[in-house]
Design a protein around this ligand. Structure first.
Ligand code: FES
Length: 95
């Protein structure tokens, strides 16, 4: 799992009702790299204050599965399902 702190993309902003959102690309290239399992791993985490959704291509194909955390716009690439719990603990719960 790599943390990509900056990207040339400007994805959609999170919905106003949720201050923190996790977007997991579910487009074709990321799905071939296991994005569905990554999304399922996030959905299995008990943190109702954060919305988790699949999304379309985030423009980082080839580095997937790609995860984007909003509103901070922190990117994670090559995320493996086994790393999701650590990512949640360190980024979403630990700040
Ligand atoms: S297919 Fe996931 S970033 Fe493009």
């Amino acid at each position: 799992m790599d943390n990509i702190s900056q990207s040339s993309n400007s994805p959609a902003t999170p919905p106003a009702e949720s201050p923190k959102c996790v977007r997991v690309c579910q487009n074709r290239t990321c799905r071939k790299q296991g994005a569905a399992k990554v999304l399922a791993a996030f959905e299995a985490q008990p943190f109702p204050e954060v919305s988790v959704t699949g999304c379309g291509c985030l423009g980082q194909c080839g580095n997937g599965p790609i995860v984007l955390i909003l509103p901070e716009r922190v990117w994670y690439s090559r995320v493996h399902p086994s790393e999701v719990a650590l990512l949640v603990e360190q980024h979403l719960r630990g700040g």
